[in-house]
Design a protein around this ligand. Structure first.
Ligand code: ATP
Ligand code: MG
Length: 241
């Protein structure tokens, strides 16, 4: 019991320190740039550059705070979830179009390999957010010129959606930690500054609240596959659908 309390206090301390650090970085950038701009009179265009950069940092902080608020509301059971039939095949086709646009910016081709008619019970907006987070990661952690594959298949009572990339990969010892809030691997940090390490914690929560499972298979330098298993809607819920 004491051990468990110790662990949970340690996790809270770690979380507060990570959260403060993530918010401190954009604040430091804004403070530095603003002080520099104020040191002597400047042209209007110079002020514009500083204000634009500040706006970027404000957007970044707003995203972090929104995501943290979402996660803490989720922890307290305050997030409302729909429980309606969602046709996953239509959703996946739509996400494929969206992810292809994301990919274009980095010269990455997003391919829908297989799809199958599948209906699950859940919240379409949250499911969209879940798969977009996975696709965003796959594109972000790929190398330019690479491909990202999406596949939707049926396995007895479950729908299986997988997102595969051929990017930087994740070491075995990191694979259980990437779902922790704010956890980013050193490889990911070296690859891109973009990211706070909250996306997968939100994915894990969405999957859990759909009574599903999420798994990762990965090798450093070769790529990663994230697989989501979601229970299919029972046939009686499909009447009138
Ligand atoms: N497809 C992937 N390839 C390699 N590493 C990945 C992949 N997806 C996730 N990771 C690792 O898991 C970490 C956590 O992912 P997560 O989506 O939570 O954070 P992020 O993408 O860094 O930031 P955010 O999603 O909050 O913008 C990443 O920082 C990275 O280290
Ligand atoms: Mg992410």
């Amino acid at each position: 019991m004491i051990d468990r309390l110790e662990t949970s206090f340690r996790q809270i301390r770690q979380f507060s320190s990570d959260a403060s650090h993530e918010l401190r970085t954009p604040l430091t950038v804004m403070k530095g740039e603003t002080e520099l701009a104020l040191r002597r009179p400047r042209e209007t265009d110079d002020y514009k550059v500083v204000l634009e950069s500040n706006l970027e940092e404000i957007d970044r902080m707003t995203r972090i705070v929104d995501e943290l608020l979402f996660l803490s509301r989720a922890d307290m059971g305050e997030v409302k979830m729909e429980h309606l039939p969602v046709p996953l095949d239509t959703l996946v086709e739509d996400l494929h179009r969206q992810a292809s646009l994301l990919g274009q910016e980095r010269d990455i081709q997003v391919v829908l390999r297989t799809t199958a008619p599948a209906v699950v019970l859940g919240d379409e907006l949250r499911l969209r957010e879940l798969f977009l987070n996975l696709l965003d990661n796959a594109v972000k952690y790929s190398h330019p010129g690479g491909t990202v594959d999406i596949a939707l298949t049926i396995e007895q009572t479950h729908a299986r959606v997988s997102v595969t990339d051929h990017g930087i990969g994740i070491a075995q010892e990191d694979q259980s930690r990437i779902f922790d809030r704010f956890y980013r691997t050193d490889d990911a940090r070296a690859h891109t500054k973009k990211g706070t390490g909250l996306g997968l914690s939100i994915c894990a929560w969405i999957v859990e609240s759909h009574r599903g499972r999420i798994e990762v298979q990965s090798k450093v330098g070769e790529g990663s596959t994230f697989t989501v298993m979601l229970p299919l809607a029972p046939p009686h819920r499909l009447n009138n659908f």
